[in-house]
Design a protein around this ligand. Structure first.
Ligand SMILES: [Zn+2]
Length: 248
């Protein structure tokens, strides 16, 4: 049976009466490990009823017109090829790996598109993400104009948690708002593709004390090695699910 077209307003460019694509909320390549292993993946939620329920396909919603979907797809392709399709050449800095030569606009826009999609979707798994009208509209406008902004604006801190525990590479954790502000700034944490992504939602990031922890406009990407707090965060959120997964 042919799929029915969904006509509506594109959430990104706001064009009306356009055919909406069945967009992934989380980029499909971030599910890859789990698809490969079992053809299904695990999505976790703070909501008890959802915890550990396997999904047979990615979480999607009709959000974007064709042109906007293509635009997001280009940024995704760049990040997928760079970080996930081949081992990128990084410099070991002790507490982090540094990847030079990154295309700042494409990588930064991809990060911003991830948290924006998780913020605007109506899917229940992402209920935790409330960007607020001001940030939601500002992000939308920047993404629509392909404007990555300054390095500190809607910056994302990345920490590799599958470094010592490979199982974390097959964990997908919808974002939760940090219980405590990080250096005074609210952020959302999620686990995707073996990486903890911390998305900062703050209008005062210009005062962030350590901007070097983020991707720089010069194109240097730091990916931090797992800290005790990241390990604890992932372990506590996933322990029951990992046990269920491995006992199947
Ligand atoms: Zn559009």
């Amino acid at each position: 049976m042919a799929k029915q077209k969904v006509i509506g307003v594109c959430r990104l460019c706001l064009k009306q009466n356009v055919e909406l694509q069945d967009s992934h909320i989380i980029s499909e390549f971030l599910y890859k490990d789990i698809y490969d292993a079992k053809g299904r993946f695990y999505v976790f939620s703070e909501h008890e009823a959802h915890a550990g329920r396997p999904e047979q396909k990615g979480l999607r919603e009709h959000l974007l017109c064709w042109a906007c979907e293509q635009k997001f797809g280009r940024w995704e392709k760049y990040v997928k090829e760079l970080l996930f399709d081949r081992a990128p050449k990084g410099i070991d800095m002790g507490d982090r790996m540094e990847y030079p030569g990154i295309d700042y606009p494409q990588f930064k826009l991809f990060q911003m598109s991830l948290i924006w999609r998780m913020g605007v979707t109506s899917l229940g798994r992402f209920d935790n993400v409330e960007l607020g009208m001001k940030h939601e509209e500002r992000l939308r406008s920047m993404l629509d104009r392909s404007d990555p902004g300054e390095a500190y604006e809607y910056a994302c801190f990345m920490e590799h948690v599958a470094y010592t525990i490979p199982e974390y590479g097959s964990v997908i954790l919808p974002p939760t708002r940090g219980a405590k502000k990080f250096q005074g700034h609210p952020c959302y944490r999620t686990v995707l593709g073996g990486i903890v992504w911390c998305f900062f939602m703050s209008s005062h990031m210009a005062q962030f004390p350590k901007p070097m922890v983020f991707l720089s406009t010069a194109g240097v990407l730091p990916v931090w090695k797992e800290s005790q707090s990241a390990r604890r965060f992932v372990r506590e959120a996933t322990a029951p699910i990992i046990a269920q997964h491995t006992s199947v």
